[in-house]
Design a protein around this ligand. Structure first.
Ligand code: ARG
Length: 565
């Protein structure tokens, strides 16, 4: 593809030069478009920008270019339609394109990130709370973005920045000492931690002095009180046990577990640096960085009692990550609710003159609700992630049983489909949009869903188990369904690149759905097995290419491939 594109652009540049103007091949390349309908050709050059450059009408330019470019090698036909120049590549081109998507390696993508490091901070729950729907976005978007960057050849470092250091930990300690014990905690695990946290909230409404006790307890923690540290370590251990199980279920791994507490001893240096650079201001006893010039509320660095805050820890952590990894980018995936927090402390690092400030990226996403219900975490009325997964798996199992196929590994398939369904739902909207899950919208095998993609993947895999492929099909004449499918498959590399640039996994999900639609059209309209000769060999090769690309899409999204459903 790229060779033909280059030749086309060279010729366009020659044409522009012959008119006394100038255009670089690179600029010409950026003008090319892929028509949405293949009746308009395989590639199009809209001539409107050229029209400005050459000061003549676009349709005239298109007509002149069409006659100049006709007969070019690798192009079957060039047509001028209005201000557009449309290129048709023809059979041979498709057959050679098919080769390029049959491969399983994508060296051009791998080269993009070579030698570069991306740090990703995602999931990062606050300890002592079970995963709820609010954690789904950061966890699965973060993981997908990581997969995408890995695929593009970057070295990635995934960091779970556990929320394990703040006033809430003081509350938990006070609550534990009043209403719980090590025995109960060992028995009930993280549920008990949640119970006493909710209880604390209720009691503190009646007796506000509890809040003072909590602040004092956190101050003790920061001072290194051994008794409190021991209780806190227990909270952390119990929480991590629970989290690790969920991550395992989702196939997510972290390279580093570096919670907020890890940075306590790195904060004084940052506070000192801020002071020396004269960025700190005293405000009612607290130390702040004034950001009014950028229309933002001040960044809080130290509370009046001297304890540190969320922004302080984030700045210290970013410095530490830079020292450690010399990142080219450091990404933070959180709900859009934290956008101001990130904008504020990013600005502070810029004011500190950090050369890496420009490489910090916040990746926000919208709220996720279930059947229209938003979660209300403080009241204890929350939708737990494990419950959502369990129910999804149960529903997937029921659907699979209804299809009445005898599977040996029904459990494994149900788990993959149920979880894949929830993941796909969370990854198929533009991330900044709010998502509302419904079971019908998530689990149907026919809609724009994860199961539909997994099912299509399994369909291709099953054809390939039954057919013997070959690669002798140079005389095969393509049916329109076949050409469409190849055309779409060839967009894979561009799609991954775009998803990486925009930190947007939904670009992959939507692409996968398009591939499925076209593959299924091909599957229904073109007989594969038993079609015989070159046709059968070609169709099996095309099926394999579709399976490869769909499999890669599922991998990137962090969804399991299902060889059979
Ligand atoms: N623990 C935070 C929360 O649950 C998310 C942390 C995001 N990462 C960061 N570096 N601030 O809301």
């Amino acid at each position: 593809m790229s060779n033909v594109k280059n030749t086309i652009c060279e010729k366009v540049c020659e044409y522009v030069a012959s008119k006394g103007a100038s255009l670089t091949v690179e600029n010409a390349l950026s003008l090319l478009e892929t028509p949405s309908d293949s009746k308009m050709g395989d590639l199009a050059l809209p001539c409107f920008k050229l029209s400005k450059l050459l000061r003549s009408r676009p349709d005239g330019i298109a007509a002149e270019l069409a006659s100049a470019l006709n007969g070019m090698e690798g192009v079957e036909k060039v047509e001028a339609v209005g201000g557009y120049l449309n290129f048709f590549f023809g059979n041979a081109k498709y057959l050679s394109d098919l080769q390029s998507v049959l491969k399983t390696e994508f060296p051009a993508l791998k080269a993009i990130g070579e030698g570069k490091t991306v740090v990703l901070d995602f999931s990062s729950p606050n300890i002592a709370k079970r995963f709820h729907l609010g954690h789904l976005g950061t966890t699965v978007i973060g993981n997908a973005v990581r997969n995408i960057y890995n695929f593009c050849g970057y070295k990635t470092v995934s960091i779970n920045y556990l929320g394990d250091w703040g006033t809430q930990n003081g509350k938990q300690i006070v609550a534990y000492k009043k209403w719980s014990s090590r025995e109960i905690l060992e028995r009930d695990g993280i549920k008990e931690l949640e119970r006493i946290y909710v209880l604390f909230g209720k009691e503190a409404e009646k007796d506000p002095s509890l809040n003072d006790q909590a602040r004092a307890a956190f101050k003790e923690l920061e001072r290194g009180n051994e008794e409190y540290l021991e209780i806190w370590r227990l909270f952390k251990e119990i929480s991590m046990r629970e989290y690790t199980q969920t991550y395992k279920r989702l196939g997510i791994e972290f390279d580093v577990w570096g919670g907020e507490s890890f940075y306590t001893d790195k904060m004084p240096a940052i506070v000192e640096e801020l002071r020396q650079k004269e960025l700190l201001k005293l405000d009612a006893g607290a130390s702040i960085v004034d950001l009014s010039e950028w229309n933002m509320p001040p960044a809080l660095i130290l509370k009046s009692d001297g304890t540190t805050l969320y922004p302080t820890r984030d700045i210290a952590a970013a410095q530490d990550r830079y020292n450690e990894y010399k990142f080219d980018k450091c990404l933070y995936v959180t709900s859009a609710g934290q956008s101001l927090h990130f904008a504020q402390w990013f600005k502070v690092t810029e004011l500190m003159g950090k050369e890496w400030a420009k490489d910090l990226v916040h990746i926000p996403y919208g709220t996720m609700s279930f059947g229209g219900e938003k979660l209300a975490s403080r009241t204890g009325n929350i939708i737990l992630l494990n419950d959502v997964f369990d129910e999804a798996v149960a529903k997937a199992r029921a659907i699979i049983e209804e299809k009445n196929v005898a599977h040996e590994n029904k459990e494994e398939i149900s788990e993959a489909v149920g979880i894949g369904a929830v993941l796909f739902s969370a990854l198929s909207n533009s991330r900044i949009k709010d998502t509302n899950f419904t079971w019908e919208g998530t689990l149907s095998f026919e809609g724009n869903t994860g199961p539909y993609v997994q099912y299509t993947y399994a369909r291709a895999a099953s054809v390939l188990r039954r057919g013997n492929g070959g690669n002798d099909y140079s005389n095969h004449t393509l049916a329109p369904e076949e050409a469409e499918l190849i055309r779409k498959l060839c967009e894979f590399e561009e799609t991954v690149k775009r998803a990486a640039n925009e930190f947007e996994p939904s670009i992959i999900s939507r692409f996968a759905l398009n591939v499925c639609t076209l593959f299924n059209q091909f599957y229904h309209n073109c007989r594969i097995l038993g079609s015989g000769g070159e046709t059968e060999q070609f169709r099996l090769a095309l099926t394999e290419a579709a399976r490869n690309i769909l499999g890669n899409c599922l991998d990137l999204l962090g969804i399991k491939r299902t060889e059979e459903i």
